[in-house]
Write a protein that binds this ligand. Structure first.
Ligand code: FCB
Length: 456
C-alpha cells in the first residue's frame, strides 16, 4: 500500500522538544525560561505539573538515543533550550549547555540517525521576558545571537534546522488567549509578538546560514489546519474564511508573500504590528523547507467572537483522540496540497503529527496503543496521497517519540511512541513504535533492493 511513493531520501522520524523532556532545569548552568515560571504559577497547568523533571532526558540521553537506534529511527527532531545555551538570553554563552547538545548530536550521528534541530520551541529565557519578551523587537536580535552560537558549534554536523516552532502558538497562546507561557491575554500583544517571532525567524535564518554546510536545509515549522464550514450558509462560509486567515494565513502569507493578509488586523479590531523597513524581505527570504505540524482539521461556525467564528466539535460521524482532537487523515493530504498550490515551497516536511491517548500498561508490562497505531498508519498513507498529487513532501515526523510534558495539560495525555513510567522513568516501546520501526526498516530495505536491481 505504501510502495514506491516515498523517495529514497525521505526522512522518517519522531520529535520532541527540550522543555517537554529534558528536566534538569537547574543543572549545567541553565537559566530559567518563561515555561519554568508559567508552570510553577498555580493554576496554569494541569495539577500544577511542570517540566522540572519531565522524562529526565538530560540524564538519560545516551540510553534514549540507543533506544531510537533499536527502534530503527532514521531521524530525530529535538529542540535546543535557549536558556541552557545563553542563560540570561543575551550575553555570555554557557559552553556546558552547548556541550550537552553536541553530545546528543554526536551520539545520534554515531548511530546513523539524522539530527533535525529546532532553535525555539517556546522556552524564552526569563531574563528576556523581564525586558519585554517577544513584545520587544530586540529579542529577535538576541535570538539571532543565540542561533549563531549554536550553529557555530553544531553547523559542521547538523544539516536540518528549524528556527521557530509554531509562531502562532507562541504568539497567540502566549500573549493572546494566555493558555501558554508567558500567559498574557491581549490580542494586540499577540500581534506584536507574532511579528517579532517572524523577525527572529528571518534573522535566525541568516545567522545559521553563516555557519552551516552548503547543503544544509533551513526552515521553520507552522501548525496548520484545513478549515471546513459546518454548513453551507453564507455566514458560515465567511466564518471559515476568517478562521483560515487567523489560523493559517496570519503566518503563511508573511513567510511566502512578504505581507500579512489585507485587513487581517483591522478585522480583529487591532493595530497592525510595527513594521520596519526591510522586515518584509527579511521575513520572506527563501526557506529551504517548510515544516508543517498537523494534528486535526478545524470545523467552524459563525459566532460573535473577535475572529467571527467558533470551533465545532463532537461531529456525529467523526472520531476523536482522548484530547478531543479529530482524527482526520484526509486533512493532512489537503493541507500539504493546499500549501503546495498556494505558496509553492520547494520542500515540505511534516514535522509533527500524532495523537494523545490514555495509554495503560498491560499486566505483562506491555503497552498496546491501537488508536495511535491507526492514527499514524492512516496519516502516513495521507502523506503518500499528497505526494501522488504532486506535493513535494520530503519527510514525516511523529509527535512524539516519548510521552512527555504536554504544556498546560501536564502529563495527563500521552503522545509518545514510547511509553514513559513517570515513577521510575522506565521506557516501554508501544505497539505503534514497533510498527513504525518496522515500517522505516522496510522502507530502507526496499530502496536498497531497488538500488541493487538497478545496478545489476
Ligand atoms: C504542538 C507542539 C508540541 C506538542 C504538540 C502536541 O503544538 O509543537 O510541542 O505539544 O503540539
Amino acid at each position: 500500500m505504501y510502495d514506491a511513493v516515498f523517495p529514497p531520501d525521505f526522512l522518517w522520524g519522531a520529535g520532541t522538544s527540550a522543555y517537554q523532556i529534558e528536566g534538569a532545569i537547574y543543572e549545567g548552568g541553565r537559566g530559567l525560561s518563561i515555561w519554568d515560571q508559567f508552570a510553577m504559577t498555580p493554576g496554569k497547568t494541569y495539577q500544577g505539573q511542570t517540566g522540572a523533571i519531565a522524562i529526565d532526558h538530560y540524564h538519560s540521553m545516551a540510553a534514549d538515543v540507543a533506544l531510537m537506534a533499536e527502534l530503527g529511527l532514521q531521524s530525530y527532531r529535538f529542540s535546543i533550550a535557549w536558556p541552557r545555551v545563553i542563560p540570561d538570553g543575551s550575553g555570555p554563552v554557557n559552553q556546558r549547555g552547548l556541550d550537552f547538545y553536541e553530545r546528543l548530536v554526536d551520539t545520534l550521528l554515531a548511530h546513523g540517525i539524522t539530527p533535525m534541530a529546532t532553535l525555539y520551541h517556546w522556552d524564552l529565557p526569563i531574563a528576556l521576558h523581564q525586558l519585554g519578551g517577544w513584545l520587544r523587537r530586540d529579542t529577535a536580535g538576541n535570538f539571532a545571537d543565540y542561533a549563531a552560537a549554536v550553529a557555530h558549534r553544531l553547523g559542521d554536523r547538523v544539516d536540518w534546522w528549524l528556527t521557530i516552532n509554531e509562531p502562532w502558538c507562541a504568539a497567540y497562546q502566549g500573549y493572546g488567549d494566555g493558555k501558554q507561557a508567558p500567559g498574557s491575554t491581549d490580542l494586540a500583544e499577540a500581534v506584536i509578538a507574532g511579528h517579532h517571532l517572524l523577525v527572529a525567524h528571518g534573522l535566525g535564518m541568516q545567522a545559521v546560514r553563516a555557519y552551516v554546510r552548503p547543503h544544509a536545509r533551513l526552515g521553520l515549522a507552522l501548525n496548520l489546519y484545513p478549515v471546513d464550514p459546518v454548513d453551507e450558509r453564507e455566514e458560515t462560509l465567511r466564518a471559515a474564511s476568517m478562521a483560515d486567515h487567523f489560523k493559517n494565513r496570519w503566518f503563511l502569507d508573511p513567510i511566502f508573500r512578504g505581507q500579512y493578509p489585507e485587513h487581517l488586523f483591522a478585522s480583529w479590531g487591532v493595530e497592525p504590528p510595527p513594521m520596519h523597513v526591510g522586515d518584509a524581505a527579511l521575513i520572506s527570504q527563501p526557506i529551504d523547507y517548510l515544516g508543517i505540524n498537523y494534528y486535526e482539521r478545524s470545523v467552524v461556525r459563525a459566532a460573535p467572537t473577535t475572529m467571527g467564528f467558533e470551533e465545532v466539535r463532537g461531529l456525529a460521524d467523526a472520531t476523536y483522540t482522548d484530547m478531543a482532537w479529530e482524527v482526520y487523515p484526509l486533512g493532512l493530504t489537503r493541507i500539504l496540497t493546499r500549501v503546495h498550490r498556494d505558496y509553492a515551497p520547494s520542500l515540505l516536511i511534516v514535522t509533527e503529527n500524532g495523537a494523545a491517548y490514555h495509554d495503560v500498561r498491560d499486566t505483562d508490562g506491555t503497552v498496546h496503543d491501537p488508536g495511535r497505531l491507526n492514527y499514524v498508519q492512516r496519516h502516513v498513507e495521507a502523506v503518500g496521497d499528497a505526494i501522488r498529487a504532486g506535493a513535494p513532501v520530503g519527510g514525516y515526523f511523529v509527535w512524539s517519540l516519548f510521552d512527555n510534558f504536554e504544556w498546560a495539560e501536564g502529563y495527563r495525555y500521552r503522545f509518545g511512541l514510547v511509553y514513559v513510567d513517570y515513577q521510575n522513568q522506565q521506557r516501554i516501546i508501544k505497539t505503534s513504535a514497533r510498527w513504525f520501526g518496522d515500517f522505516m526498516r522496510a522502507q530502507r530495505l526496499q530502496h536498497r533492493e531497488g538500488l541493487v536491481i538497478q545496478q545489476e
